[in-house]
Design a protein around this ligand. Structure first.
Ligand code: ZN
Length: 235
């Protein structure tokens, strides 16, 4: 399996708190725990030519992970068009935390993806589909001592599955782990992952993402996106 972890890689450079928490960037932390004998992981960042998301890379990617926040607007529309085509053709897409407002997530869902937010909350995650492959090895509930609050209403297209629910100590709740299918591609969104908190150091968040790349991995990728007029097979 070939995985590409995309990160805007901006907070890490300007905020020492983020740089200390994630030396090398969020993409290096995430790719570090996703790597396995049968999982080849590459990284791509906003400052690379074509955002690191060339046809060569995307055609050779089974699952793309996306972390972005304040640089969503700097991703050119033609790159978003390209990523969308690869998802429709079978590539898995995993959107992380503030990627809820990325151009690609909004494109795939067709909604604003707006939500409520507040820094510095405590979160309790509930596994509400314990038999889902993305929930394998995840307890019924676990806590993140500090995470950004994301609250409902979350303006998303109706998910196919809500696997995790988040509860925050301000009283809010959130659909924290959801799936969709678009064309031939599987999509998963995971809410924890604020850049100044430790979510990607948490063993359960790591396990969820390891499970998610296997779930989102296509049986066939790069399927043709065509609409042919065809001859009848039988007379
Ligand atoms: Zn955040």
């Amino acid at each position: 399996m070939k995985v590409t972890v995309w990160n805007e890689n901006y907070h890490e450079k300007i905020d020492p708190a983020v740089g200390n928490l994630y030396p090398g960037g969020l993409h290096e932390q995430i790719s570090g725990f996703l790597r396995a004998d049968d999982v080849i992981v590459r990284t791509a960042t906003l400052d690379m030519p074509e955002c690191g998301l060339t046809d060569e890379i995307l055609s050779d990617t089974d699952v793309l992970l996306w972390w972005g926040h304040i640089k969503h607007g700097d991703v050119p529309d033609e790159i978003v068009d390209r990523v969308q085509r690869y998802v429709l053709a079978g590539m898995g897409l995993i959107v992380l935390h503030s990627g809820h407002h990325s151009k690609i997530f909004r494109r795939m869902l067709g909604t604003t993806c707006n939500l409520k937010w507040r820094d510095g909350a405590r979160e309790r995650i509930w596994t509400i589909k314990p038999n889902h492959p993305i929930a394998a090895g995840i307890p019924e509930t676990f806590a993140l001592d500090e995470e950004e609050m994301y609250g409902e209403p979350f303006d998303i297209a109706e998910p196919d599955e809500v696997i995790f629910m988040g509860w925050f100590n301000g009283g809010e709740v959130f659909r924290s782990g959801c799936t969709w299918v678009r064309g031939n591609g599987k999509i998963f969104y995971l809410q924890p992952g604020h850049e100044t908190n430790r979510a990607y150091h948490n063993e359960y968040i790591q396990k969820i993402l390891k499970n998610a790349v296997r779930w989102a991995c296509p049986v066939k990728k790069n399927l043709p996106l065509i609409c042919p007029n065809t001859e009848a097979l039988e007379k």
